[in-house]
Write a protein that binds this ligand. Structure first.
Ligand SMILES: *Cc1c(COP(=O)(O)O)cnc(C)c1O
Length: 821
């Protein structure tokens, strides 16, 4: 291709004037969407607008690819089973700096950009934090100038849509592709075959041991990529998000049809399409189904084949892969890639095992996201062996190699050796994906300072002893383009008025705001912006879910996946306790609060779904009671997703980050609240610890046990009954819930949930309650001192810069990927 393209004419890059944009929008509407402007629906306008924006991104995309080829640098490949992208249009318009021109262009056509933007589907190809991190990283890599591909799955149905019916969560399929997806490009020419099951035979010529083998899969599917351009801030660079879709192999299908085997052909076709149909709606727990392992291998194999093909095409020699490619494993979901790369090198590219192993380890690095035992991925050996027979052999070969090293190392007894083994021998034998990812990577990182420390002490204790230089920390971050500039233009403008525009290119410049923290005039402006965002949220919630809330109240918000360790239950119990106190002491000067909850529960997670029902039951009773009118409200916002998040974070006064210490790896919601000027009430868990260091002890409200104290309490003979007996406030609230005050239709609905607290209290809800309640009283006191609140809120925004994902990505680039910037 490159021979002739030199002389070919290239289209002029597209222009940004509003009149040109308007002309092009009508042109796309006519010739691409096939509609006359007079008859076009709003969706047609959306489609046409996206096409016009996309053209400008394509210009930068092509330029980016050319620049890479001139530099011959290193590429980063970010493998993730989840990308929680949300809407893309506002991101693209804003990063291309064409918002005003686009508004003007659409205005001249009688169309409102905001109305059209609301129609864009929210791409929810992820569950929560892990998937959203991948999306923030993609945007930051394009901003910082890291040449990168994201690899994942193009799920037909992403995360389910949550409806609340009679207070219960109902899960409905989200059909984000129903109106087509104008952002993506299908690239059939880059398709690959991915095999499953079958038999492995010794290859004719084998080099070294373990030698080259031939794998004859019993089942094959085709992986076809769909590319979405991801544009960085100021259109700096455009990277590619490549998502794989599964298709049955056509020729076999045809042969089978010809031979009259319709059943078999249809079965293969269904099997292939089911591979990319659904995202597993699990968060922090493992879906054990074999379809999940098939999904993981499917996208990982396709991605590695693509990476290897591209490397050979660009650089010729596969032996230099690690010099030109860094592959980041986002959690263990793509960890089978370690064995897959070794397989490709040994079986396809004739490289000896030892060298293949070195290349693989130098290429991969791995991010751990959780220490929860139930979330550490492992697969039963018989299942793994049946589905991936060649990979099973390689896992054994890698294991033999590692265990040999360990046995030769001082201090490794049998217990330590069995702890680092890739095979868990206790009970049913299982392949430990965390250990595979660890040994197959040159760097392994945690996602906050505390989490990284705990990794060294717990899950990877023995592996850390064997490879003491491997574990490192990369505290998460979020992109400030989406989580400040796009979702809160009012605050962005105020900040720019005060300190100039430098913070838009370097988030750490936000520290210049510190000098305005005591400035009364600025405090008033800052809180006026907050009020404006609260009014916008109130109006939205009124039409979205019928909630009526007073923007003058404190907006106390907890939005995240529903999980017992995140302790929404602690917050609900506090609402119940507060309700009782307000009724008992109506004469006191209560700070009016609205407690807002949002989040989805995994469909199989019974207690999490019960917690949603409880929040809604409590809301119904409290909101109807005239005794607390104007002082306390509880709202559950249905279908928490990226688009809802963009409305909620800017409107928050109080950020609830109250997980059991030691259980939240980092959190990123905490950072989105902080940059938007909310004050955190939180435990010393995950990145809260670093938020405290950044904002200072006076500008955050910390409560509860530390991770060490939680561990010690669990080890000792902790008796929650004693704690409850000694806390009248807690006892009253638990009794009210347990005896059906909020569930008169089903008195014992919450017996099991409350029994869990009374009997073992694994998540330390009782143990932390009094401390939490006291901290909430401190929050009330601060709220009543308007100047103090404003000062603290400003300090939160001013000291949020370090939590930009640009900082995180720079650290990955310098310390793990070694890509020059
Ligand atoms: C940021 C974000 C999360 C992660 O929230 P945590 O509080 O860190 O668990 C989950 N879902 C969405 C939609 C988000 O935007």
């Amino acid at each position: 291709m490159k021979l002739k393209s030199e002389g070919l004419p290239r289209p002029e890059p597209r222009k940004f004037d509003s009149s040109i944009l308007a002309t092009e929008i009508v042109e796309r509407l006519t010739y691409r969407v096939g509609k006359d402007a007079a008859n076009a629906h709003k969706h047609d306008w959306l489609h046409a607008v996206i096409l016009v924006i996309r053209d400008r991104i394509i210009d930068a995309w092509i330029r980016t690819k050319q620049e890479f080829h001139e530099d011959k640098g290193k590429r980063v490949y970010y493998l993730s089973l989840e990308f929680l992208i949300g809407r893309l249009m506002r991101d693209a318009v804003s990063n291309m700096e064409m918002l005003e021109q686009m508004q003007e262009a659409l205005g001249s056509l009688g169309v409102d950009l905001n109305v059209v933007a609301e129609l864009e589907p929210d791409a929810a190809l992820g569950n929560g934090g892990l998937g959203r991190l991948a999306a923030c990283f993609m945007e930051s890599m394009a901003t910082i100038g890291v040449p990168a591909y994201g690899y994942g799955i193009r799920y037909i149905n992403g995360m389910f849509r949550q409806e609340i019916s009679d207070g219960w969560q109902v899960e409905l399929p989200e059909t984000w592709l129903a109106h087509g997806n104008p952002w993506e490009f299908e690239r059939r020419e880059c398709s690959y075959e991915v095999g499953f099951a079958g038999v492995v035979e010794a290859a004719e010529e084998t080099l070294g041991t373990p030698g080259k083998m031939t794998w004859n899969p019993q089942e094959r599917v085709i992986a076809t990529p769909y590319d979405t351009p991801i544009v960085g801030w100021r259109g700096n660079q455009v990277n590619t998000l490549r998502l794989w879709s599964a298709q049955p192999i056509d020729p076999i299908l045809l042969d089978q049809f010809n031979a009259g085997e319709h059943q078999g052909a249809l079965r293969d076709s269904n099997r292939a399409s089911s591979l990319t149909r659904v995202l597993y709606p699990a968060d922090s727990s493992v879906a054990g189904q074999s379809l999940r392992l098939r999904q993981e291998y499917f996208f990982t194999s396709a991605s590695l084949q693509d990476i290897v093909r591209r490397h050979i095409q660009d650089f010729g020699d596969i032996r230099t892969l690690h010099e030109r490619a860094s592959i980041q494993l986002n959690d263990t979901h793509p960890a089978v890639g370690v064995a897959e790369l070794v397989r490709l090198l040994v079986d396809v590219h004739d490289i000896e095992f030892e060298e293949a192993w070195d290349i693989a380890r130098e290429t991969f690095s791995y991010t751990n996201h959780t220490l929860l035992p139930e979330a550490l991925e492992s697969w039963s050996v018989p299942l793994f062996e049946r589905l991936l027979p060649r990979h099973m052999q390689l896992v054994y070969a890698i294991n033999a190699h590692i265990l040999k090293v360990a046995r030769k190392t001082k201090g490794f007894d049998d217990a330590a050796v069995s702890a680092i083994s890739l095979i868990d021998e206790a009970g049913e034998r299982r392949v430990r994906m965390g250990n595979l990812a660890f040994v197959g990577s040159h760097k392994v990182n945690g996602v906050s300072a505390l989490h990284t420390e705990l990794m060294k002490q717990t899950v990877f204790k023995d592996l850390h002893k064997l490879y003491p230089d491997r574990i490192n920390n990369k505290t998460n971050g979020v992109t400030f383009r989406r989580w400040l500039m796009q979702c809160n233009p009012e605050l962005t403008n105020l900040i720019e008025e005060a300190i100039g525009p430098a913070f838009k290119d370097d988030a750490e410049r936000l520290i210049d705001l510190n000098k305005f923290a005591d400035d009364t005039a600025f405090q008033e402006k800052f809180m006026a912006v907050k009020l404006e965002k609260k009014i916008q949220l109130s109006n939205h919630l009124a039409s979205y879910c019928g909630a009526k809330i007073d923007p003058a109240s404190m907006f106390d918000i907890q939005i995240k996946r529903i999980h017992e360790y995140k302790r929404q239950l602690l917050n609900i119990i506090h609402a119940v306790a507060l309700y009782d106190q307000i009724r008992t002491h109506p004469e006191k000067d209560w700070a009016p609060r609205v407690k807002i909850f949002g989040g989805k529960a995994a469909s199989s997670y019974h207690n999490a779904k019960l917690i949603i029902k409880l929040a809604n039951d409590v809301a119904r009773v409290i909101n109807q009671d005239p005794a607390v009118q104007g002082l306390l409200k509880v709202v559950f916002v249905p279908n928490y997703n990226v688009s809802q998040a963009e409305r909620l974070f800017p409107a928050a006064d109080l950020s609830e980050q109250i997980s059991t210490a030691g259980m939240e790896a980092s959190g990123t919601g905490n950072m989105k609240f902080q940059v938007n000027g909310a004050i955190t009430i939180g435990t010393l868990d995950g990145a809260n610890v670093e938020i405290k260091e950044n904002v200072g002890d006076d500008n955050i409200v910390i409560f509860g046990m530390t991770a060490d104290e939680v561990a010690a309490k669990r080890e000792g003979n902790y008796d929650p009954k004693e704690i409850i007996a000694n806390s009248p406030e807690l006892k009253q609230a638990l009794t009210a819930i347990q005896t059906g005050t909020f569930s008169p239709d089903d008195t014992f609905r919450y017996s099991g949930l409350i029994d869990g607290i009374v009997e073992h209290d694994w998540f330390m809800v009782a143990a932390d309650f009094d401390s939490y309640s006291l901290a909430q009283r401190r929050v009330d006191e601060i709220w009543k001192d308007k100047k103090l609140w404003a000062k603290m809120a400003i300090k939160n925004t001013a000291n949020a810069g370090w939590f930009s994902s640009d900082r995180t990505i720079r650290q990955y680039a310098e310390e793990i990927w070694k890509v020059g910037l």
